[in-house]
Design a protein around this ligand. Structure first.
Ligand SMILES: NC(=O)c1ccc[n+]([C@@H]2O[C@H](COP(=O)([O-])OP(=O)(O)OC[C@H]3O[C@@H](n4cnc5c(N)ncnc54)[C@H](OP(=O)(O)O)[C@@H]3O)[C@@H](O)[C@H]2O)c1
Length: 350
């Protein structure tokens, strides 16, 4: 059986190790992608350290949620791609064959996009999870059914969506995070007139280049600084950081009846905010409940990237391919990465 290299998290809370494993065969509607770049995400170190998201019986597990590469083989019925196409997609640690930290990965063709010529593989690999989280939080159903909070509709790549929220204001906590950079760009496309964000001040220009109209120092008193800028009550705060402190700030800022969009689970006592809701995101486009939004997005992603309407994150390529991932994750855990996506090239693995 043909073999490839993959990075395994060997056991629940255990250590990472690179070793050989099988190369999968694409099933009906699937593509086998040769992964030329894969990006690191905070969830990858959190799975190891906090023993979350991957069930104990699924170890040894391959993690990794961002992939860019070349179509290696097509499953039955896939007509929209050819072998050799440059493609980008969200990978998923829900199953080893769909996870990103390996040299070959499977993915359903309907959530794959071709990479336009103006974007490198490394840049493309910074897009999937950050963008999916931004998209699900703003335009998806998330857990809104339970909270009664409303999504923004339509998204800017669908008919009637571009510029639909002209005149509206919004706050994005963490405008230099990977997710935050995509949230800012989408809000700009959606037409929001006032987009306030927080970053370290050395990332203020980065946030402005992504669409922020106002940048507040993340160490300033956000609630009072934001109120100086805003004339009207605010309906939505997108909290990409979602610490206990930023969730409390977000809930203080949002008007009664409004919602906070959170990338992490609830860390404050919701009973203190009875007239406000928190929408929690889990942005895996492989999941059935997110699939329709993913198909809609990936149908337009090539165009959004080619036109420059969506820009990737800045990239730092780590040495040693898959073997370089554990050291990169440690840097992320220690909060040593700022306004940058760490990326590896799996075929550089020693
Ligand atoms: N639920 C989901 O499906 C999902 C998906 C993706 C991510 N997430 C979660 O969302 C969070 C963001 O992920 P990411 O990949 O976008 O992160 P990231 O890019 O790795 O985050 C690094 C950035 O965080 C910023 N930051 C940290 N604390 C901040 C604060 N108090 N205020 C403002 N900015 C702050 C730093 O900004 P400065 O350097 O400018 O200070 C830095 O640039 C993580 O907790 C991640 O686990 C959840």
């Amino acid at each position: 059986m043909a073999q490839q290299k993959a990075l395994f998290l060997e056991s629940f809370g255990g250590e990472f190790a690179v070793r050989s494993t099988e190369i999968y065969k694409p099933g009906k509607g699937e593509i086998l992608v040769k992964v030329l770049a894969t990006a690191l995400n905070p969830v990858d170190w959190k799975i190891q350290v906090f023993k979350m998201f991957v069930k104990e019986e699924n170890y040894p597990a391959i993690l990794g949620s961002d992939s860019a590469g070349i179509v290696e083989a097509l499953g039955e019925g896939v007509a929209s791609f050819s072998v050799g196409d440059r493609v980008v997609h969200e990978a998923s640690f829900s199953s080893n064959k769909y996870a990103g930290f390996q040299q070959y990965v499977l993915v359903p063709a309907e959530i794959v996009a071709k990479i336009p010529d103006n974007i490198t593989f490394e840049q493309a690999s910074t897009i999937p999870v950050g963008l999916a989280t931004a998209v699900e939080g703003l335009y998806g159903d998330a857990n809104r059914g339970e909270t009664g909070a409303k999504k923004l509709a339509p998204p800017p790549w669908e008919a009637g969506g571009e510029g639909a929220f002209k005149g509206k204001s919004i706050i994005v906590i963490g405008g230099s995070t990977s997710v935050g950079q995509y949230v800012l760009q989408l809000l700009k496309l959606s037409g929001f007139s006032t987009i306030i964000t927080t970053t370290s001040l050395h990332n203020a220009d980065l946030a402005k280049s992504m669409g922020a109209t106002h940048v507040i120092d993340r160490n300033a008193d956000l609630v009072s600084e934001a109120r100086k800028i805003l004339d009207d009550p605010i309906d939505i705060v997108y909290d990409t950081v979602s610490s206990k402190e930023t969730q409390a700030q977000s809930l203080d800022l949002v008007a009664p009846g409004g919602q906070v969009i959170s990338t992490l689970f609830l860390q404050v006592d919701k009973a203190d905010y009875p007239d406000k809701s928190i929408t929690e995101i889990y942005a895996d486009l492989h999941l059935p409940n997110l699939r329709a939004l993913g198909v809609s997005l990936y149908g337009k992603l090539t165009e959004l990237l080619a036109s420059g309407a969506l820009k990737p994150n800045r990239v730092e390529v780590l040495p040693n391919g898959l073997a370089g991932i554990p050291a990169g994750l440690k840097r992320m855990e220690r909060n040593e990465v700022s306004g940058m996506k760490l990326v590896v090239k799996p075929f550089e693995t020693p």
